[in-house]
Design a protein around this ligand. Sequence first.
Ligand code: MN
Length: 396
Amino acid sequence: MGGERQVMMARRTRRRSIRLEAGSASHVGRIREVNQDYVASTDEVFVVADGMGGHRGGEVASAVATTEVIDGFTGPDRASLVRAVRQANRAVLERAAFDPDLAGMGTTLCALAVVDGSGGQGGPDALAVVNIGDSRVYRLDLDELVRVSDDHSLVADLVRAGELTSEEAAVHPQRNILTRALGIEVDPTIDSWEFPPACGDRFLLCSDGLFNELEDDRIAELLGDGPVQEVAGRLVSEAVAAGGHDNVTVLVVEVVEGPDRPLGGRPPIPEARLERSTGLVRSRRVDDDPRAILRTTIGSVAAVVATAILVLSLYARQGWFIGDDEGDVAVFRGRSGGILWFDPTFEEGGDLRLARLDDSTRAAIIETIPTGTLAEARLLIEGFRNNLRDTASSNG
Ligand code: MN
């Protein structure tokens, strides 16, 4: 089941002391018209993504991100898995920057991979998990379902801050608002974990369409019962039968060869490592005002602008630019600063004051923002205007 939204590939890169087997299933559900989830795996890396964004944005974002991680992860260690996720983020941003239909698309992503333990120093094989967004990774410990990943959502922040119980969060009307995702900012914080595998371990990677429909106890029962592919199919069909309000996707992974389980139970899941490309982020920032996090991450035009600058300068399509025209946001034709005899010419503007914009957007405009076309410049300016409205309404 699931058809073209799931891809299984065989690719063996190096000899490992552990071997994993996986089964997956994906379903559009009973309400949505399009399946924006995506699942793919090789012998060594297993990925689930849940896309968002209008038109065809969501399905493109999840497919692009998943494919990037599958192709980009060449091992050997946890850091290379995190790098592959970063590359996936860039790929989503680049696609969005060049296609107005895809503007604003994003995706969650969680992945599990076999890696060299302890930073690739030739340590024993380990499992690495990465996560951004609110898809989840679970491990089945005996009959108990243990969450590996933390959700990056508004309600999860409120639960961690002690302002909401997990029962309240599970039915909260705003539970789909994410605080982190791929395709939103240039350098997102990515959570990762590393732990030793044991033969018989079962992991579940899934989109929120599963755990919003089924209780943990039921997921645990189904997860432990039968071969992985059958389990995947049953989890999905039961979630669809229970309501199917969203796309449902699961990837069940079992360690079929590896060290024996330690007697006396598994050690607990370690704390996540939170990092950006600029370094480790130590605190979880649960004390921050969640609305502030939302404003800086969701629909952050400044970040999109920064990426647009990066992408567009890479491709050197600098026929137009957005700049400052005596305090107004304006579009100019030509290159900022002019090239020899060719000075930029004012094209349009005068209906948006620079002073109304936030500091980083204003700074980017004063620096000038090159764009490939006039339409692209207009789109970005439209984005600044929408962001003003969003900020105003979320303050109100
Ligand atoms: Mn979903």
